[in-house]
Design a protein around this ligand. Structure first.
Ligand code: OGA
Ligand code: MN
Length: 225
């Protein structure tokens, strides 16, 4: 039906380009380091260097236009609850390359902002639809099939993304990803940390429950170098 590049990957508004670093705000980030200050500094550095969040990257109208095309693409596709590699539960996904002109404009902005005008962006868009009871378990996208940058547009719901270090469960970074936002993860955060999207029952940020409804993400990645 569609190629499995992104499955393999998983296994193992209009801001201008020059402004990108200014959006690396830490207010949506919580760092857990079990009171190990050195570890805390390391996590803080990584998130400052390698993570960008742009809130309200799209409007509700733009989300609606994207969702119209996405719903068409998912017609007759059911949510899966037993993915072969076990990384995701309660989801459906597709790779899509044909979008209408308005939606393509949004993706052009993402490419300019997230990929510094690099020309090695994987041309198809990966759309992941997580059901309300779905979750993404900790994983690292394959280094064989995807490069150093991943950009995700958050539709329909807020969610908590957790970045963790294998074999060091006491050190992790939680990021509150609001609906309509774009996040970018790069380099060490993308290679040395697992990422996951918490189930609704575990979806807390600084003690407050963040309701995760059905959530659709649109992911852009670059080719491995
Ligand atoms: C993935 C993934 C993140 C997201 O599909 O590999 O990590 O924001 N998705 O949906
Ligand atoms: Mn991933």
């Amino acid at each position: 039906m569609f190629s499995t590049a992104f499955k393999l990957c998983r296994k193992s508004n209009n801001q201008t380009v020059g402004l990108i670093r200014r959006y690396s705000s830490l207010s949506n980030v919580s760092i857990f380091n079990n009171e190990n200050a050195e570890r805390g500094d390391y996590l803080k550095n990584v998130v400052e260097q390698d993570f960008t969040l742009i809130e309200n990257f799209i409007t509700e109208k733009e989300e609606d236009d994207l969702m119209k095309e996405i719903e068409k693409a998912f017609r007759r596709t059911r949510y899966q609850y037993d993915h072969w590699d076990g990384a995701i539960h309660g989801f459906r996904e597709t790779e899509k390359s044909n979008w209408n002109t308005e939606n393509m404009k949004i993706f052009e902005n993402i490419k300019n902002i997230a990929f510094d005008m690099d020309n090695d962006i994987i041309p198809t868009t990966h759309v992941l639809d997580l059901a309300e009871d779905g979750l993404i378990k900790p994983h690292v996208d394959s280094i064989k099939f995807c490069g150093n940058k991943i950009a995700g547009l958050n539709l329909l719901s807020d969610a908590i993304m957790r970045y963790g270090i294998e074999k060091e469960p006491e050190s992790y970074i939680d990021v509150y990803l609001p609906r309509f936002s774009l996040y970018i993860m790069r380099d060490a955060l993308r290679f040395d940390f697992t990422h996951e999207v918490l189930a609704n029952k575990d979806s807390y940020f600084q003690g407050k429950h963040i309701q995760k409804n059905r959530r659709v993400s649109i992911l852009h990645r670059n080719e491995p170098s």
